[in-house]
Design a protein around this ligand. Sequence first.
Ligand SMILES: *Cc1c(COP(=O)(O)O)cnc(C)c1O
Length: 344
Amino acid sequence: MISLEKLVRKNIWSLAPYSSARDEYSGKEAHVFLDANENPYNEPYNRYPDPLQRELKSALRKVKGVPEENIFLGNGSDEAIDLAYRVFCNPGRDNVVALDPSYGMYQVCADINDVECRSVMLDDNFDFQADKLLEACDANTKIIWMCSPNNPTGNSLNRDEMMKVIESFEGIVIVDEAYIDFSQQKSLRQELPSHPNLIILQTMSKAWGSAAIRLGMAFASKEIIAIYNKVKYPYNVNQLTQQQALEMLKDPYEVDKWVKILLSERSRLMQSFLELPTCEQVYKTDANFFLAKMTDAVAIYNYLVDKGIIVRNRHKVQLCQNCLRITIGTRSENNELLSALRQY
Ligand SMILES: *Cc1c(COP(=O)(O)O)cnc(C)c1O
């Protein structure tokens, strides 16, 4: 790996971060807080939240097995994606490399930050070869993005090829594991201590059923996390979100139960799709959705919208012609979708 100092933008490396009242003093022993210009009324909403979300990180450590100093928390994974550009990529000069098709935010955040995003097409099995990804890199490539299980295709990427990328690339490799709790594959979290160029993204938006609270996680070396912490907004994760996330983390077994139900509904739904005359193929998936190739995705999409059922039309995405992306719902929602399609 190239030294972190060379990978990080100069202005960010030398940045003196904003120091908030809650940074300068934090602790439970004091009982009179006259340091932050807060209003003493309207408890419990009157106080600024912990900028480093210490209690929440300590609960996450127990569930994820990652020390607090290796955890960044943000306003959804989307914040961690955007921060990667702002920390590592000089606008108008540096570039990143991503697989295509994949999650749209890698490209959008690149565009916002005036950074070139080079696409490397997945193969016909929606998988990839490390060499192809590495060949697309040059001296100005700062980040390689991989999403596994991948959105919108649903499959996990080949683990050996991912490891080859992580071990061969001299810059930062970010693996987005938004759907890892649904996957047969193990998270790459355990690779963090031996791979200081690796950043892993996870989220509470999918398996944890908490998209509304906006809580995303990045796991990385403590040096990278420290830089993220100085660039982020001081109070980027609000108090209500921290409280609700703590509540969710008290009962991780509830999440396991949801995942089990969703996986069994997924196989039932996929099986039923294969029997539909309008469905030509379903693709193997490791996520809480699957991609289905239909006879006429656009017409079927519009038909479903008319019935008040919304799926994701991916017809215009590379390699996904005539494909709909179907999120697994409750048993009755899935049945409603199926019976609508049977009447098409
Ligand atoms: C849904 C999703 C996320 C989650 O984003 P949040 O901002 O945490 O809600 C991240 N990456 C991928 C690939 C996703 O599909």
